[in-house]
Design a protein around this ligand. Structure first.
Ligand code: B1M
Length: 210
């Protein structure tokens, strides 16, 4: 069943994905397994085919839409609403300027929300000034940035420099992530790094505890 979901994302079968995900849930497969061993595996395969030149942007986009449709079904199950109404802290999250990738960012936001954080998603292609303005007006504990391109990850430093200029760096903690990033890069620009959505939550919890 999980292989079918992977295949469906890969082959951008928009009409099939909903039924497949629902059947998987009915058969007792957890939402987390559907996400990691089904949907995300499909996107990884898409990335490979894109790299090899077998897939082009339209195919990638259709696969992304298929993944998003599957994600929408399991979202309520990924979110633990037992603490609804309670906020551990506030996180402003967006994809940096020049970058249109939003699936990973959405997933990270969902996990944070599920863990009890108030998440303010400010979208994709977000200019540095917009990050600062939102973090300031919302009095955010975390400013979270996602980047999926080697060309756009540099934009994260621009935002962090502006956080320092605005006097919010430290009180508001910058958290970065995305496929091309490394721990070393994050350290160099003065940010906290997390590899994936689950570890982003652990990171936030740890930062709040200190
Ligand atoms: Co693009 N793309 N893309 N793409 N795309 C990549 C990223 C690429 C690696 C593909 C490849 O070559 N193999 C490559 C980047 C190469 C590089 O820079 N090193 C690439 C390229 C080149 C491009 C274009 C330039 C292509 C072109 O036009 N010629 C173009 C750029 C557009 C732009 O942004 N300006 C482009 C466009 C697109 C689409 C629009 C078609 C589409 C995005 C649709 C959308 O998001 N709505 C797309 C997609 C889908 C991909 C791939 C195939 C899949 C990305 C994805 O959604 N993964 C991707 C290849 C790949 O990654 N294998 C690729 C699933 C998602 C769940 O994972 O986003 O990694 P991910 O998120 C993870 C972690 O990274 C992490 O946690 C998430 C969940 O665990 N994470 C964080 C992410 N953000 C975080 C923030 C955190 C913490 C963790 O804290 C704040």
């Amino acid at each position: 069943m999980l292989d079918k979901i992977t295949d469906s994302v890969y082959k951008y079968e928009m009409a099939e994905i909903e039924g497949l995900v629902k059947t998987a849930l009915d058969s007792g497969i957890t939402a987390k397994d559907i996400l990691i061993d089904g949907l995300m595996k499909g996107m990884e395969a898409v990335g490979e085919s894109f790299k090899e030149g077998d897939y082009f942007v339209p195919e990638v986009l259709m696969s992304a839409k298929t993944m998003a449709a599957g994600l929408e079904i399991i979202k309520p199950m990924l979110l633990d609403t037992s603490g609804a109404g309670f906020s551990r802290g506030k996180a402003v999250i967006g994809t940096v300027q020049g970058d249109l990738h939003d699936i990973g960012k959405k997933l990270v936001g969902m996990f944070m929300e599920g863990a009890g954080y108030e998440v303010i998603d400010i979208g994709i292609d977000v200019p540095a000034d917009k990050f600062i303005e939102e973090a300031k007006t919302r009095d955010a504990d975390f400013l979270c940035m996602s980047a999926m391109l080697t060309t756009t990850m540099k934009q994260m430093k621009v935002v962090i420099d502006k956080m320092k200029e605005a006097g919010i760096y430290g009180r508001c903690k910058p958290v970065v992530g995305g496929a091309p990033l490394t721990h070393k890069f994050a350290e160099e620009i003065g940010a906290h790094y997390s590899f994936d959505a689950a570890s982003a939550v652990d990171l936030l919890n740890g930062l709040l505890a200190n």
